[in-house]
Design a protein around this ligand. Structure first.
Ligand SMILES: Cc1cc2nc3c(=O)[nH]c(=O)nc-3n(C[C@H](O)[C@H](O)[C@H](O)COP(=O)(O)O)c2cc1C
Length: 387
């Protein structure tokens, strides 16, 4: 068994049975392609690498043979790899993609293994992702050619502009876009807003009232909706997990900040509110409350009901989360709540911050119970939301 088999499915099965052609061109960013190849395999893909001659000056093909467990194509042979290997593949990704390669394929030039595969895949209507990485001046210089290719259905991932460089996006962004292209896109054309994390209400100038929410569910729901083709935004409070780089996000502190953001809620088809928002807002003091005060009391007032405000602000279908300490109490509260919202997801307080949990999904007079990690549960929640 080739060593690359040892890592297959290490991170998931989203790309199980998928054959991917990874085309590498002569940009310094090709150093990232080794890890991208490994990530694709870790999610189950069978990866075949094609290299341009200039990319072989940066990295030796043996590196990619080791990474993929397959022979690397550096020149086309009597095996007509552009028709066989590439023809059988589910997706072609050119990462990194040079200005040179963009411009050649924009005009149908097929003079090396990569350009020939891309031109041929374009002719077959196969999904193609291009990941440009170059100096900003080069990017400007080939803008028109990129537009030409976009019109032909090629998907371009936006580079990260840093100074005068158009850098390759994070690997996670590239991987998630591959999964998105290959998964069923039942949320295509839909806009989904996820509101997650913990609110933090000001007590004085340095202290806040917050809670143990990690924001993990919000991130997994955002990822799931993204992979299913939606335009996704994440509005978040304090988070103990990393926000995926491929999800546009906006931060709020207290419920008051979030309230101010609701003017932008219109236009979202679905709003999933899994944030742990404070029910009370302290009457904050200026400066710092001195230490040593015995029996210190902090006055609080009820916070606005964000779910009701979202309902007032737009016509989105609202998925509300509810957490309670005891199961029977949770179920009766959710049954009551679902009368007012598209769907309600109930979970117990023990769920906070954990990777695995139990949820109850309430919709249309039905309740279903699921157990598992938040990644898998997010799939069930979105399934039920779009049903
Ligand atoms: C050190 C070095 C770094 C380069 N980096 C890039 C780059 O990031 N992006 C790019 O478009 N071209 C870059 N080039 C230029 C390409 O390698 C050159 O245009 C080449 O013809 C591309 O060939 P290919 O598209 O067949 O791989 C670089 C060249 C050198 C020598």
């Amino acid at each position: 068994m080739h060593p690359s088999e040892e890592i297959r499915f290490e991170r998931g099965e989203e790309l199980k049975g998928k054959k991917i052609c990874l085309c590498v061109t002569g940009s310094i960013a090709c150093i990232e392609s080794f890890y991208l190849c490994r990530d694709l395999i870790k999610h189950g893909a069978d990866v075949h690498v094609f290299m341009t001659e200039s990319s072989t000056k940066f990295l030796h093909p043996d590196l990619f043979e080791f990474a993929s467990g397959n022979k690397v194509v550096t020149s086309l042979s009597g095996e007509v790899e552009h028709l066989t290997l590439c023809g059988d593949s589910d997706l072609l990704i050119v990462s990194p993609c040079t200005a040179n390669t963009i411009s050649k394929v924009a005009f149908g030039i097929a003079d090396n293994p990569v350009t020939t595969c891309v031109v041929s895949a374009m002719g077959k209507g196969k999904p193609i992702i291009m990941v440009p990485a170059m100096h900003l001046s080069l990017l400007e210089g080939v803008k028109d050619n990129m537009e030409r290719l976009k019109k032909k259905g090629i998907i371009f991932l936006e580079p990260r502009i840093e100074g005068d460089r158009a850098k390759i996006p994070e690997r996670e962004t590239i991987l998630e876009n591959v999964i998105r292209v290959l998964r069923e896109n039942d949320l295509e054309g839909r806009k989904v807003l996820i509101i997650g994390g913990a609110s933090a209400e000001r007590i004085d100038d340095i202290r806040v009232l917050t809670n143990r929410s990690s924001g993990r569910f919000a991130v997994e729901l955002a990822r799931e909706a993204f992979e299913r083709g939606a335009y996704v935004e994440l509005w978040h409070g304090w988070m103990r997990v990393r926000i995926p780089p491929f999800i546009p996000s906006r931060k709020f502190e207290g419920v008051g900040d979030l309230l101010g953001m609701l003017k932008d809620v219109k236009g979202f088809d679905f709003v999933i509110v899994c944030a742990a928002l404070s029910n009370y807002i302290p009457r904050a003091m200026d400066g710092k409350i001195p230490s040593g005060i015995k029996g210190l009391t902090i006055d609080m007032d009820p916070a606005p009901n964000i779910l009701e405000e979202i309902k007032r602000a737009g016509r989105s279908k609202i998925v509300a989360f509810k957490a309670e300490e005891k199961e029977d109490e949770l179920i009766s509260r959710c049954e009551e709540m679902v009368k007012d919202y598209h769907m309600v997801v109930g979970n117990l307080l023990t769920s906070f911050g954990e990777e695995k949990t139990t949820i109850w999904i309430f919709r249309d007079g039905r309740v279903s119970r699921f157990e598992g990690d938040k990644r898998i549960l997010s799939r069930y929640i979105i399934d039920e939301m779009v049903r």
